[in-house]
Design a protein around this ligand. Structure first.
Ligand SMILES: Cc1cc2nc3c(=O)[nH]c(=O)nc-3n(C[C@H](O)[C@H](O)[C@H](O)COP(=O)(O)OP(=O)(O)OC[C@H]3O[C@@H](n4cnc5c(N)ncnc54)[C@H](O)[C@@H]3O)c2cc1C
Length: 377
């Protein structure tokens, strides 16, 4: 990935933010199963939430450059918590459809508060009946006078317990993708209830099932025209897959760094772990995999920065990077030995977080199928 002076300065800025605001608190947030709400405001003030959003709504204009957001992800992964990134940046999947398709009035109501870190935004697509088959979602929104009345449920929703705005995929028309719309649901809508979910990893990121029981939402909250939802969701997926690939690379780097530090300090049989050839080779194997994934990520990022939307490559990139993370995190835990199984190491947490990246934002099987179809295989 080509990084300019400005990119490097931004990287430094994020690194300082992580050292100051995140690293000292992350273990407590993981235990509490949520990040401090104040972190959203602090991240906004440090210029981390608004990157890439329109300035008129409080965003920071970086043109069409995805590198800033990926640098922010990479640096935040140094804290060794993907849950932090998922939670703090749930706006990154919730807001783009509002920006791309929403009316000026809706943007004004939603964007400034979220970009200032005053409100939290979530994206709700997945349903208890299934997540991969988006075109068949069942939650309905029926027009009634000046409102839509929403019924159904959503599950596994990141920031679902706390979100003030929920970009919700609903069926306003007939079967299939043409019948899907997106609507911005205020978190305090009567009839909306939420249940917290317990997870394998991403502990500090709250995750919820949402129930919509005759939720009445103003028709002005529709994001774009009726039937535009599926396209909005698909456009979102490109950015999300790039971000998830970046998260996998950042977390793999973090696990590798921890394993290497450990191998250089710990002694067994009279010498450092790193002096045993097997361990040394493991570390080189891990580094080759991380570096290859980082280079792949960089090359696809540069294409996106040039205005391309390379859908099959984005799918393959996500699979490649998340598979790589599973292998590297597993080896990091192995090198740390018993300590790698302990809560106090980053590798233990990262190991528990590998699976969500291979499942969320499009599971690996779905990614490969989509890539194959797009490539005409
Ligand atoms: C921690 C976490 C956070 C999440 N956050 C959000 C969020 O904020 N918003 C949101 O909307 N969703 C969110 N999700 C949901 C996530 O996007 C879905 O879990 C994912 O899309 C898969 O859907 P599913 O779980 O229903 O699995 P299913 O669709 O039931 O699939 C189950 C398995 O079968 C495989 N499979 C399915 N169909 C096929 C096929 N045709 N061919 C081959 N294999 C197939 C899948 O690849 C998968 O391995 C989150 C999930 C998790 C775990």
């Amino acid at each position: 990935m080509i990084e300019s002076e400005e990119h490097r300065a931004f990287r430094e800025q994020v690194r300082r933010f992580v050292e100051r605001e995140v690293a000292p608190n992350i273990d407590a947030w993981e235990a509490a199963e949520e990040i401090d709400r104040d972190l959203y405001r602090k991240a906004a003030q440090a210029g981390l939430l608004g990157i890439g959003y329109p300035e008129e709504y409080g965003g920071i204009n970086v043109g069409n450059d995805p590198r800033y957001a990926l640098i922010a992800t990479d640096e935040q992964c140094r804290a060794g918590s993907g849950g932090l990134v998922a939670s703090l940046y749930s706006l990154g999947i919730a807001l783009p459809p509002v920006v791309a398709l929403g009316s000026a009035e809706l943007k004004q109501r939603v964007l400034p508060d979220v970009l200032a870190g005053e409100k939290i935004a979530a994206l709700a697509i997945t349903e208890p009946g299934g997540g991969s088959d988006v075109a068949n979602l069942r939650t309905t929104a029926v027009r009634d006078g000046g409102d839509y009345v929403i019924n159904g449920s959503k599950t596994f929703i990141t920031s679902g317990m706390r979100a003030d705005w929920i970009t919700t995929a609903v069926r306003t028309g007939g079967d299939g993708m043409q019948g899907i719309s997106l609507i911005a649901v205020p978190g305090d809508t009567p009839g909306l209830s939420r249940t917290k979910l317990k997870k394998m990893g991403w502990w500090c990121s709250d995750t919820a099932t949402l129930y919509f029981d005759n939720c009445r939402v103003p028709a002005d909250n529709l994001i774009g025209p009726e039937g535009a939802g599926f396209m909005g969701i698909m456009r979102n997926f490109n950015n999300e897959r790039l971000a998830l690939a970046a998260q996998a690379v950042g977390l793999a780097q973090c696990a590798l760094d921890e394993a290497q530090d450990w191998a250089q300090q710990r002694k067994t049989f009279g010498k450092r772990l790193a002096d045993h050839q097997v361990v040394r080779h493991k570390l080189v194997d891990m580094r080759m995999q991380v570096d290859a994934a980082r280079a792949y990520l960089g090359s696809i990022t540069d294409r996106v920065a040039d205005g391309e939307a390379p859908i099959p490559e984005l799918c393959m990139l996500k699979v490649f990077c998340t598979d790589m993370l599973e292998r590297v995190a597993g080896e990091a835990v192995q090198i740390l030995g018993g300590m790698g199984y302990m809560r106090e190491t980053k590798s233990e947490r990262i190991f528990r977080e590998t699976k969500v990246l291979s499942i969320g934002g499009g599971a690996s099987e779905i990614m490969k199928d989509l890539a194959a179809r797009q490539l005409g295989i």
